[in-house]
Design a protein around this ligand. Structure first.
Ligand code: GCW
Length: 722
């Protein structure tokens, strides 16, 4: 008798604990933006009238995953499972598929012309007197993308009763580049180790691979390069190709193709050849055979990504051949199978004493027109290396006969690693909307990479992934937004980064307006804050050799153009890199009107001032203040902005789950501490060079320059030994 209540109590406690655990698990960030939590009851009720039954096939793997995503999403959001049906039995049917796969859809006679292989329409229609919603693609993948779009409408609280949407991607290859090594390390990775469990592949296909594919498909990403551009050749051995094939099998239903980074010297390392000369027939035959072998295992293999003749990597120049010779040789091996080569232009050499910013253009521009049809040149957004701010890369628009694809960095190598809240949408948008003027006014970078300006159909955008084994995938909840915005902009590079941020906040956290507005504002200002506390007014590359923290004084790197002092050139008189006609003349790589603007001190936007000009400390800025004053003011503003971000977040306690709220709060505290460190260390150093007093009202650095210079940080993450 006595034990019964005790058992009951224990049972209830266990149940409660289990519920808590379930809830906690659900709020650890793993679900990303595909967090199908129940909508507010009145909202759900409204939607249920338009989501009463699901008419969708499952004859192909893609149809099956589309169906299960819709079931999962709608059940989660609306709180009840949707009945599946073959015919329309009531108002509120959702009809999903293609003209080819469904007679019902064929009967609807929707205009699916010009949608391409990945586009879709979403239309509110009336069939046999019943209101319904049609989600239709020309291919299964189009319908899958449409399904994710439909779910997003519900997740973000939009009306779904009068839909008339038509979407197709503006860019063909939308890829994540992983900088992952076979030993599990991730170069510039701040979110744990590699998600690819190579050792257990191909037999164990972790469920995470499927969730990875779902997340990517939901934002239109259709390619993944699974290994780092500086990987060894082992990935091309039969045992590893089998593992890659297993990943490809998981991704295929989601429309994602696998690509590999290949080492140019692979024919020597794993092929037993004596050379990797691209004009050597044995080398050519080796790559052809390798491509054939890959396609036997992975019929829809995407192609190769190559970092050659750059930062110590082997390449065609080892044999006195050009980048075109190298790229074309690989392209010819892939061409019979429909594969492409993404050849990187991130090429510079320490043997070349010229301004590093100029070298990629010098190297590649003369090769325009020499690349085979299935080669894309993958070009970083700026001429140096993913700094908080750089001008757009001068190659955009300079090689009209060659498709240039964009490479953005999603992982925050130079923007605060995992912990700093820096939303990269504004950075991407700034670059994409920059006007190269290469074909007259309106020649934006976006129009060059989407092919519209130069008439290319092979187009691409790649993002260096920020994904790892951390439960939240990206090292912080807000870093997920950078994966998200990359995908959305790759789909349509003219979307607004603010609109994308808002979508993401609503899906990831809540639709509560009192939360959404301040958080979107905070995200939108976050990149400029980082520029201000790290590298304002066109400065860049002021970080330590480990890329963690400030070291503008550093001259310890073996190579001149890895040293911060190479970039800022501060001396008693002034600061900045003279890239004008009287300096390195890097401005000449831009189209004449842009070159003229950057060449002119008065016309150069102040946010790029010290990138293009060496300017005296007492130079009068547009504000009327001196450059020195403005520099200190920007550094201080950056720290103040982070304080403001913390205050905003502090006011938002209670709107979201405790676990994510607390981590963001803790990370913002780290960010404030590090922003202060950046400001103080940089001001202390530049003051030691300029010899000028701090402007009145500005606090001196908290410590001496010596102190900042003495700091060391063993085991900085993201630095791998491959
Ligand atoms: O940004 C730099 C990184 C390297 C990276 C290189 C590149 C993969 O510091 O870690 O190597 O660029 O993009 O090739």
């Amino acid at each position: 008798m006595k034990t019964r209540p005790c058992i009951l109590a224990t049972l209830m406690l266990t149940l409660a604990a289990m519920l808590c655990a379930v809830q906690a698990r659900a709020e650890d960030g793993y679900d990303l933006w595909l967090r199908y939590h129940p909508l507010a009851p009145e909202q759900a009720k409204l939607y249920r009238g338009h989501a009463a039954e699901l008419i969708i096939g499952s004859a192909t793997p893609t149809q099956a995953v589309t169906r299960s995503e819709l079931q999962r999403g709608l059940q989660g959001l609306l709180g009840q499972a949707l009945p599946l049906s073959d015919t329309i039995t009531r108002d509120g049917a959702i009809i999903v598929g293609t003209v080819a796969s469904s007679p019902l859809i064929a009967k609807l006679q929707l205009d699916t012309q010009n949608l391409g292989g990945e586009g879709y329409v979403i239309r509110s229609i009336v069939v046999d007197g019943h209101a319904a919603t049609a989600i239709v693609g020309r291919s299964d993948i189009g319908a899958l993308y449409g399904a994710f779009h439909f779910l997003r409408l519900l997740q973000t609280g939009q009306a779904i009763d009068h839909l008339d949407l038509r979407e197709s991607p503006r860019i063909k290859l939308r890829a994540l580049d992983h900088w992952d090594y076979l030993n599990g390390q991730v170069e510039r990775g701040y979110a744990g180790t590699s998600i690819w469990d190579w050792w257990k592949l191909p037999d164990w296909r972790a469920p995470r691979y499927t969730d990875y594919a779902r997340a990517n498909a939901s934002i239109g990403i259709n390619g993944t390069v699974v290994n780092s551009v500086t990987s060894g050749a082992t990935i091309l051995t039969p045992a590893y190709l089998e593992k890659v094939a297993a990943l490809a099998d998981v991704f295929r239903p989601y429309g994602i193709r696998v690509y590999l980074s290949v080492r140019f010297s692979a024919p020597i390392e794993i092929g037993g050849l004596k050379t990797a000369d691209p004009l050597d027939p044995h080398v050519q035959a080796w790559w052809r055979a390798k491509a054939d072998e890959i396609y036997r295992l992975i019929p829809d293999f995407g192609g190769f990504l190559v970092k050659a003749d750059s930062e110590g990597q082997p390449g065609p120049q080892d044999y006195h051949r050009t980048h075109a010779d190298g790229a074309n040789m690989l392209a010819d091996a892939l061409a019979p199978h429909g594969g492409v080569v993404m050849w990187r232009t991130f090429v510079y050499s320490q043997a070349n004493p010229d301004d590093r910013a100029k070298q990629a253009y010098e190297e590649f521009k003369p090769l325009d027109g020499q690349f085979h049809a299935n080669v894309l040149l993958q070009t970083k957004n700026g001429p140096i290396d993913f700094q908080p701010r750089e001008p757009f890369h001068p190659l955009f628009g300079a090689m009209p006969k060659t498709p240039l694809m964009m490479e953005f960095e999603i992982t925050k190598e130079y923007l605060g690693f995992a912990t700093h809240l820096v939303y990269l949408g504004p950075l991407y948008e700034e670059v994409l909307s920059a006007d190269t003027m290469t074909h007259g006014k309106g020649s934006t970078v976006a129009k060059i990479i989407d092919g519209s300006l130069e008439g290319h159909t092979l187009t691409g955008m790649a993002g260096d992934a920020n994904i790892g084994t951390d439960r939240n995938w990206c090292g912080s909840d807000f870093n997920q937004a950078n994966w998200y915005v990359f995908g959305r902009l790759a789909w349509n590079p003219s979307l607004s980064s603010r609109a994308i941020a808002e979508e993401w906040v609503r899906m990831t956290f809540t639709n509560n307006e009192a939360f959404v507005k301040p958080v979107v504002d905070m995200m939108m200002g976050s990149r400029e804050a980082a520029v201000d506390y790290m590298t304002p007014l066109g400065l860049l590359h002021l970080m330590s050799p480990s890329h963690y923290g400030p070291a503008p004084w550093d001259a310890s790197e073996s190579e001149a153009d890895w040293r911060p002092v190479y970039y800022h050139r501060a001396d008693r008189q002034g600061i900045g890199f003279d890239r004008t006609r009287t300096g390195s003349n890097a401005v000449a790589e831009y189209a004449p009107p842009v070159a003229a603007r950057f060449n002119d001190l008065q016309q150069t936007p102040e946010q790029l001032l010290l990138y293009f000009h060496h300017v005296p400390w007492d130079y009068r800025m547009r504000s009327g203040q001196t450059l020195w004053y403005e520099l200190v003011a920007h550094y201080t503003q950056g720290v103040d902005d982070v304080k403001q971000m913390r205050e905003t977040w502090n006011r938002l306690d209670g709107y979201i789950d405790e676990e994510r709220y607390r981590q963001v709060a803790a990370f913002l505290a780290i960010q404030e501490k590090e922003a202060q460190w950046w400001r103080d260390a940089c001001i202390a150093y530049f003051q030691s060079v300029s010899g000028l007093p701090l402007p009145p009202g500005y606090a001196p650095p908290q410590h001496s320059l010596k102190y900042y210079q003495s700091l060391t940080f063993p085991y900085v993450p993201g630095v791998s030994s491959w």
